[in-house]
Design a protein around this ligand. Structure first.
Ligand code: ADP
Ligand code: MG
Length: 325
């Protein structure tokens, strides 16, 4: 995943705390090996390499955790009308190359990449403990970038809970999952930043048994001919987002939070209410620039009740959330 992971746990003794955190890091590392698109030998890369090869050759047996993460992702893809799409790999690869070369991708290559994307062509089969995955279209590629950190944070917290550690918080860059608060506290205080120019740059949330994820274009983008293209792309046009956007989602599912913040950036302010109505129990805030360059924001009715006054209000880095306890 290429990012720093922070864990905070409360346990009855230091030894069990250390052992449990080591096991949680082990699980995060295992998921990274299964689901990385940078590792050619990951199950995800294997499935990508077999895309479009038809019945027989095209089927990959995958770990139940991989299937679990992908199923949650597909549910978000469906409910965001494909604004989030886990098969966005071919488009993301074009924009990764554009960031390196500082040149816009060729429009024909963009159209070809868009044609290879489509969450509806992801197919599961097999039985519970032996799921299989088929990517039906040739050239299809899964991209774990917008869901694997959330999923891994959630799994790590679940693993800690299964070892009797009920007061824990795992932060994988901007994807944070927590169980019960620190002793005698009402929640984990999580500081969130929406980046430099957003009106509400930094705020803190008080969370318990929840996950939070933040997405935006503050760190990763490419500027070509004076136009700024985000690392978040619209799967339907194949283009990097050019408006400024930052979204924070709180959910009981960290995979949902991770995928949904990306989707909200793509779908934009106009679609905010329609999309959030399909995610009962999730709270979100979206800040985005409109066509005249001004910022506007939307949030769900319950979002405010999670925000707490920040004692030391400092601009924070979106990828290094801080937490106090
Ligand atoms: P971050 O990686 O900064 O935490 P996100 O959770 O929004 O932010 O994930 C962004 C990554 O997700 C991109 O780098 C890319 O790999 C992938 N991605 C970009 N656009 C989409 C999209 N529309 N749907 C699914 N994945 C996307
Ligand atoms: Mg995300």
């Amino acid at each position: 995943m290429g990012v720093r992971v922070n864990a905070v746990v409360y346990a009855s003794d230091q030894r069990s705390a250390r052992e449990s955190v080591a096991a949680a890091f082990g699980e995060i590392s295992r998921l990274d090996q299964l689901l990385s698109d940078y590792r050619p030998d990951s199950q995800l890369s294997l499935a990508n390499a077999r895309a479009g090869q038809g019945f027989g050759l095209g089927i990959t047996e995958i770990d139940p955790a991989f299937a679990d993460a992908l199923r949650d992702s597909l549910s978000v893809a469906q409910r965001t009308d494909g604004a989030f799409d886990p098969s966005v790999g071919p488009i993301v690869q074009l924009w990764r190359a554009a960031r390196k070369s500082q040149r816009l991708p060729d429009p024909a290559a963009v159209s070809a990449a868009v044609a290879c994307v489509g969450w509806r062509d992801i197919e599961f089969a097999g039985i519970a403990n032996h799921p299989t995955l088929t990517l039906r279209k040739p050239g299809m590629k899964l991209d774990p970038g917008a869901f694997v950190k959330g999923y891994a944070a959630q799994r790590a917290v679940e693993l800690l809970r299964s070892r009797g550690i009920d007061h824990a918080m795992i932060a994988i860059a901007g994807d944070i999952s927590c169980s019960l608060p620190p002793p005698h506290q009402q929640g984990w205080r999580i500081a969130v930043s929406h980046g430099g120019s957003a009106p509400q740059r930094a705020f803190s949330l008080l969370l318990s048994n929840q996950s939070v994820s933040t997405a935006g274009d503050t760190e990763q983008f490419v500027e070509i001919d004076g136009k700024r293209y985000s690392h978040i792309v619209d799967p339907r046009t194949g283009l990097g987002l050019t408006n400024r956007a930052a979204a924070t989602v709180v959910s009981h599912s960290a995979t949902t939070a991770d995928a949904l913040d990306t989707a909200l950036c793509v779908a934009g302010l106009d679609q905010f209410e329609v999309i959030m109505a399909r995610f009962p129990g999730c709270e979100a805030r979206l800040e985005a620039s409109t066509s005249d360059g001004a910022f506007s924001s939307r949030e769900t009715p319950g979002f405010r009740s999670l925000v707490v006054p920040d004692p030391e209000r400092q601009p924070l880095n979106i990828h290094s959330p801080t937490f106090t306890h």
